[in-house]
Design a protein around this ligand. Structure first.
Ligand code: CMP
Length: 150
């Protein structure tokens, strides 16, 4: 079992896609183990995307990511990091495979609908950036959850 961090970005929230995006993750046997809505501040963007400070697109990224609320998620399941990256598709929507979230709903490389951790190390850092450990529910498989309500 692995955990990863994902974010539904402001353009996808504005377009009313929160439920449909989460449904894609859940359909791939990933579970939501933490969730919140937050409109990022400039300081949030500079902290979360620190490795991109100085890139030509960074001011645009700040403007976009602070333009409205986004949804922060922790997803758990087998191979969660790779699975979520595959479901999201390539960063640039013109390179994204049909059937991926970004192929369907990204409008540009900046306004690309979703984010997810690119490796296990980033997942640990990004989960820690957004959530306290007590905000993350205990992961159970679906059959374990079904047993616990019987
Ligand atoms: P994300 O997966 O959230 O990680 C960093 C974000 O920066 C990325 O999605 C894009 O929104 C943005 N980004 C990365 N590379 C570029 C680029 N070359 N041009 C414009 N935006 C980019």
């Amino acid at each position: 079992m692995q955990k990863t961090f994902a974010m539904i970005k402001p353009n996808a929230v504005r377009a009313g896609l929160v439920g449909r995006i989460i449904a894609r993750y859940e359909s791939a046997r990933l579970s939501v183990v933490a969730i919140r809505f937050k409109q990022m501040t400039q300081a949030d963007v500079e902290g979360f995307y620190a490795e991109h400070i100085g890139q030509p697109f960074f001011p645009n990224l700040v403007r976009f990511m602070t333009s409205g609320p986004s949804v922060q998620l922790v997803l758990a399941g087998e191979n969660a990091v790779t699975k979520v990256r595959t479901i999201n598709g390539a960063t640039n929507p013109r390179e994204a495979e049909p059937g991926t979230i970004r192929y369907d709903w990204a409008t540009s490389t900046v306004e690309n609908a979703v984010h997810s951790s690119d490796c296990l190390e980033s997942a640990v850092r990004e989960i820690d950036f957004w959530f306290k450990s007590e905000e993350i529910i205990e992961y159970k498989t679906r059959s374990q959850r079904a047993e616990s309500v019987l």
